[in-house]
Design a protein. Structure first.
Length: 344
């Protein structure tokens, strides 16, 4: 996808003529730049962000034949792009950017300034016929596999998959973290995701797996199609249908199946939404640490609680204050570490 095509897509965005997926990609890019902006945005970071949005838009255009559905223009986003002189990637094309956005609700918010660190980057290594991608805190990644399947990898995650599939199965390995899979149909070659002892098998479907090592449970949630989830210590595999999810307790080996109503409860993280439903403290802490590149320390003496709630446009400070108010605890900030403490 050439830069000229990106410019045309961005023009359609300002005119409200993008598809919903294009709007989602562009606004995630805006949010990422806005989240890491300082008084002067580093040109290298903006070049990296342009390359990311270029790849994601190219993936979308190549994979989608859906007609363009006009959407209402976004008035909250004001931006301009000007041609500049700086090498980008191979040095063929370059841009310098002018970017403005809605002022932050809390411009002097210490929690926001605490996370204004260098842009998060993903690490990609190819060895022994496998690609291994590790996302840093504050970074997500979209991957297109050799069979056309796509994977959205959440922050603080690690995925390993073959450069090309061979053999009867399409095996990939979610070795850490969370990912959303949209599987290309191929009934003769089952698509199997291995995640901390669980094997999730699909033919043509979309599902989400959360398997962070610091959490006690693994969850598999099905959005479309049908999957089979099995474990070495379980005699029978569990079949999931759309809007069903499986929770596997790694200590007791207990399996629980439930349903969910809203898609954002499961994959809202792809669109910048934080959604917690009966989430344990460790799950809340993992999500906040990965999203905002901070460290959570619980000094209340009680980590045995759950939280339900969702956040879309709130700042980190607003999220922490809301959770602390509901759980009747306090917090303090030191550098990029948030300490939860008991109220005096």
């Amino acid at each position: 996808m050439e830069i000229e095509q990106i410019r045309k897509v961005l023009e359609r965005y300002t005119q409200g003529k993008c598809t919903e997926e294009e709007v989602r990609i562009i606004e995630q890019w805006f949010a990422s730049v806005n989240r890491h902006r300082s008084a002067m945005i580093q040109e290298e970071f903006l070049q990296e962000q342009l390359e990311e949005v270029r790849m994601r838009l190219a993936d979308h255009i190549a994979a989608s034949d859906a007609p363009v559905v006009p959407l209402r223009p976004r008035r909250r986003r004001v931006w301009a792009i000007a041609a500049g002189a700086a090498a980008m990637l191979t040095g063929a094309i370059a841009f310098s950017f002018l970017f403005t956005s809605t002022p932050a609700d809390h411009p002097s918010n210490p929690l926001q300034s605490a996370v204004q660190s260098a842009p998060a980057k993903s690490n990609r290594v190819v060895r022994n016929g496998f690609v291994e991608i590790t996302t840093a805190k504050g970074a997500t990644e979209k991957i297109v596999l050799a069979d056309g399947s796509t994977v959205n990898l959440n922050a603080g995650s690690r995925l390993r998959y073959p450069v090309s599939f061979s053999g009867p199965n399409r095996d990939i390995y979610l070795e850490e973290g969370e990912a959303f899979f949209k599987v290309a149909e191929d009934p003769r070659h089952p698509f199997i995701v291995h995640s901390r002892g669980l094997a999730t098998t699909a033919l043509g479907t979309s599902f989400n797996i959360r398997a962070y090592s610091r959490e006690q449970r693994i969850t598999v949630a099905l959005l479309t199609g049908k999957v089979k989830v099995g474990h070495a210590h379980q005699q029978e595999a569990v079949i999931l249908l759309p809007s069903e999810q499986l929770s596997f307790d790694l200590q007791s080996l207990a399996v629980a199946k439930s349903t969910f109503r809203e898609e954002d409860d499961i994959v809202g993280w792809k669109h910048g939404v934080l959604a917690f439903r009966d989430a344990s403290y460790s799950e809340v802490a993992t999500e906040l640490e990965n999203r905002y590149n901070v460290t959570m320390v619980n000094e209340t003496g009680n980590a045995d609680w759950t939280y339900t709630g969702s956040f879309r446009d709130e700042s980190l400070q607003e999220i922490i204050e809301t959770i602390c108010q509901i759980k009747n605890i306090s917090y303090t900030l030191k550098n990029d570490t948030i300490f939860l403490t008991r109220k005096n």
